[in-house]
Design a binder for this molecule. Structure first.
Ligand SMILES: Cc1ncc(COP(=O)(O)O)c(C=O)c1O
Length: 410
């Protein structure tokens, strides 16, 4: 891998914390006390430009805040550390992160394998933005590794896109089983780790090349900021045969170049909010997982519910794969009620679960994917059942959540 910095600040993990545990890294990596004041929390450097000590005399490498900003650098280093990657890059949204990554690794005429129940916005980006630029895609059932491998066209497939668990059907892909085949075919393996978070699943350790996040969700964790991230694995390369814009084949060089060149960066305050959320990710995820497991079991025993989809249930088809590659099953549950009317009625009646899009915040949310988050994929291979209800289980008291669902299902 090239050691050339992609941006002046070079957002690598803070090696001082490499041997520390997850929570310690989330709180400290990249987040030394402020050099000027000793402030123990990384300040919000709400600034666009930096005084130079003579032309080219940059302090700490900072020149202009699209290229680098100290608050964003702290977040990028912390994200790289918790994912176990070599470089982190923070963006203004999850889709901005995805868009920048895809521009870095795809060229007209290339092919990408995508999940047939990917997040609708990801599919829309690939099919309707990249499609007209000459990128062909094949939707596959990611839970079926043979189907994924059969869809890879060696030499033409440049990206295998994995989302696990998927949104909203909570399918599980076997990351390690797909990794070797994708790389042997010269493709980059991308994992959208938004649902699992690095606390529960670290795709780079399982062989993925790069991880993307909507940090809007669990990493931010408080439904108060929109953001995205790309974390590149150590030594990850561009697809076979591709030369990057900086003249190297390093994937992190290419992503860093594109982040600065197209400029969809995370702003200082958004970076600060996301960094604050990251500090408590572990304790929040423990509670999300415990609440979700109990609610999934409650729903599975309910006579108005026809199917519950949660990776922590033995009834989930890929429960064993999830148990192998995740250290917990997350806070997302989908369930079916048998009819669109009853699904909509549940969404209307909950009180503690707020009817809203998005997920991963401390507060519980309910939504109807077919009419809300996944409305953009209606009529495509990614259409979701209309009796499906999706829950983002928050960290409130379990008894209140169960009571709310009990009255909503009555
Ligand atoms: C799994 C997943 N990936 C990516 C995104 C896109 O992120 P953002 O909304 O921050 O652009 C979302 C948004 O819901 C998502 O659920």
């Amino acid at each position: 891998m090239s050691t050339t910095p992609q941006t002046p600040h070079d957002p690598q993990p803070d090696h001082e914390w490499t041997d520390a545990g997850f929570a310690t890294r989330a709180i400290h990596a990249g987040q030394d006390a402020d050099a000027a004041t000793g402030a123990v929390v990384t300040p919000i450097y709400q600034v666009s430009t930096y005084k130079q000590d003579g032309v080219g005399g940059l302090r700490g490498g900072y020149e202009y805040s699209r290229s680098g900003n100290p608050t964003r650098t702290a977040l990028e280093a912390a994200l790289a550390s918790v994912e176990g990657g070599s470089h982190g890059f923070a963006f203004s949204s999850g889709l901005a992160a995805e868009d920048t990554l895809l521009r870095a690794v795809l060229r007209p005429g290339d092919h990408i394998v995508v999940p047939d129940d990917a997040y609708g916005g990801t599919y829309r980006l690939i099919a309707r933005v990249f499609g007209p630029w000459g990128i062909e895609h094949t939707p596959v059932n990611l839970s079926d590794t043979d189907e994924v491998l059969a869809a890879i066209q060696p030499g033409r497939t440049k990206v295998v896109w994995v989302e696990t668990p998927t949104n909203p059907l909570l399918g599980i892909a076997d990351i390690a089983a797909i990794a070797g085949h994708a790389q042997a075919a010269g493709a980059v393996l991308v994992v959208d780790n938004t649902f699992a978070t690095p606390y529960l699943q670290r795709p780079l350790e399982l062989g993925a090349d790069v991880v993307v996040h909507s940090t809007t969700k669990y990493i931010g964790g408080h439904s108060d900021v929109v953001g995205g991230a790309v974390v590149v694995g150590a030594g990850a390369q561009l697809p076979a045969g591709m030369q990057g814009p900086t003249g190297t084949t390093s994937l992190s060089d290419a992503v860093g170049f594109h982040q600065n060149a197209s400029g969809a960066v995370a702003g200082p305050f958004d970076s600060w909010l996301t960094l604050r959320g990251l500090k408590t990710l572990g304790v929040r995820m423990d509670r999300h997982c415990a609440n979700a497991q109990a609610i999934a079991e409650f729903l599975e025993g309910h006579d108005k519910v026809t199917q519950v989809i949660y990776p922590g249930l033995a009834s989930h088809e890929q429960h064993d794969v999830a148990a192998r590659q995740m250290s917990g099953f997350g806070g997302m549950i989908s369930f079916r009620t048998g009819s669109v009317d009853s699904a909509l009625a549940v969404c209307d009646r909950t009180r503690v679960f707020t009817l809203a899009e998005s997920l991963g915040g401390v507060e519980s949310l309910v939504e109807h994917p077919a009419k809300m988050t996944h409305g953009s994929v209606a009529g495509t291979a990614l259409e979701v059942p209309d009796d499906l209800v999706r829950l983002s289980v928050g960290i409130e008291d379990l008894a209140d959540l169960v009571a709310d669902l009990t009255q909503a299902l009555r």
